[in-house]
Design a protein around this ligand. Structure first.
Ligand SMILES: Nc1ncnc2c1ncn2[C@@H]1O[C@H](COP(=O)(O)OP(=O)(O)OP(=O)(O)O)[C@@H](O)[C@H]1O
Ligand SMILES: [Mg+2]
Length: 384
């Protein structure tokens, strides 16, 4: 396998870039929460299949993947609600889960928010949130102070005296979030905590979770299938597929340097061109499309895919110069104005359709012949 340089220069969210990255280590790891060779089967299905992950103290890790890939099961394994069939979980160097040896969930100093929030129906919002602190027998004044702070942070102060039955689904979810945060656990486990909120509130709450995390620094495992949520909140994103880890890395790493077609498609949206490596620095995708790639892996056997993100493709009616490479012509079959951008579908002579997102002022009518340009630094070769 030949490795090209990883010098992609996509514009970046600087805040993401500056977030400390946590590490994935397969062995000899020194993380605070460590999963090693963890597996769980239901019947003949390997729901979690030999996953290893090391999470440093104070980091926020997102498990990201499509429905049914094993995210919730992984979280339940960490929380202690499910016993592994193989492998082990260590926290602070101490084994808390292994086959036949599982410490009880309440002894793990973890807080978990379930996909379906489980609130006490006979308690008000305030009482639900304060409950965990009362159990811990904190002084009354501390309970009041911490409960008020978290109710304000989650914008529940005006609803403090309501009962869960008098709240919308999204409001109940915020109560469950507040209830988990208020006890300031060592490890926080969140299972799709924002899935029932409307789009605006969800966006706000992502930043809120990140802010609260930066403030309190709980080691957090956050399950979601929403990539924007993962990009906003995580130090490390772990992309899962069918019970295994496809790739783990910082949001920047996962977005700019996907290692597989699955990861490239799942994060950020992309065009995938199948082709053959020419043995030097380009992939011949057929139909006249030859793509020089700025980064990625070339398969030594020759079969290689190239990933180019929708918004990295240039679209215009001006023909290329005689020495220009990484371009091809096609016909616009669809063009949609989206306010800040235009979304194009372009049909190539090979029959392949390419999706390109251009700025809103690039207005080209359907039926027009255009030239697509694929900057090499945005073409990433993917091993098969
Ligand atoms: N207790 C169980 N018994 C049998 N099968 C189970 C059990 N729990 C989960 N599964 C199966 O394991 C697979 C993974 O489930 P899991 O809940 O971990 O997925 P997920 O990634 O959280 O999905 P979603 O995004 O839909 O919540 C699914 O196929 C599910 O049907
Ligand atoms: Mg789930």
């Amino acid at each position: 396998m030949k490795q090209a340089s990883d010098d992609v220069t996509t514009p970046l969210d600087k805040a993401n870039d500056m977030r400390p990255e946590t590490t994935l280590q397969q062995s000899g790891s020194t993380g605070f929460v460590e999963l090693s060779g963890l597996s769980k089967n239901y019947g003949s299905q390997a729901v979690v299949n030999n996953i290893s992950l090391s999470i440093e103290k104070g980091m926020l890790v997102c498990l990201l993947g499509p429905s049914g890939c094993g995210k919730t099961t992984t979280l339940r394994l960490i929380a202690g609600f499910v016993e592994p069939d193989a492998g082990e979980i260590r926290v602070g160097g101490r084994c808390i889960s292994a086959p036949g040896k599982c410490e009880a969930p309440e002894r793990r100093n973890m807080s978990m928010i379930f996909q379906s929030y489980a609130l006490w129906p006979h308690m008000t919002v305030y009482e639900n949130v304060a409950y965990g602190l009362r159990l811990r027998k904190l002084p009354k004044s501390d309970i009041a102070k911490r409960t008020d702070t978290i109710l304000a942070a989650t914008r529940l102060d005006a609803l403090a005296q309501r009962y869960p039955g008098e709240l919308s689904g999204g409001q109940q979810q915020r109560v469950s979030l507040a209830r988990a945060l208020v006890i300031e656990p060592e490890t926080l486990l969140l299972d799709e905590p924002l899935s029932n909120l409307d789009a605006n509130l969800r966006e706000e709450m992502r930043f809120e979770i990140r802010r609260l995390h930066d403030k309190y620094r709980y080691t957090t495992v956050y399950v979601t299938h929403d990539q924007a949520e993962a990009m906003t909140t995580a130090n490390m994103i772990v992309v899962m597929n069918q019970g295994t880890i496809e790739q783990a890395g910082s949001p920047k790493d996962i977005y700019e340097r996907p290692r597989t077609e699955f990861v490239a498609r799942f994060i950020g949206g992309t065009n995938i061109f199948k082709g053959r490596w020419d043995g030097v620095d380009a992939v011949d995708c057929g139909g006249g499309l030859v793509l020089r790639c700025g980064s990625g892996d070339y398969d030594s056997q020759g079969d290689t895919s190239v990933s180019v993100r929708h918004h990295d493709i240039g679209i215009s009616t001006s023909a290329p110069g005689s020495t220009e490479t990484n371009c091809i012509s096609g016909v616009v079959t669809r063009q949609v104005y989206l306010g800040a951008s235009r979304d194009y579908l372009v049909l190539l002579e090979s029959g392949e359709t390419v999706r390109a997102i251009a700025s809103a002022d690039v207005a080209i009518a359907e039926g027009t012949t255009v030239w697509l340009r694929f900057p090499p630094q945005h073409c990433r070769a993917l091993a098969h």
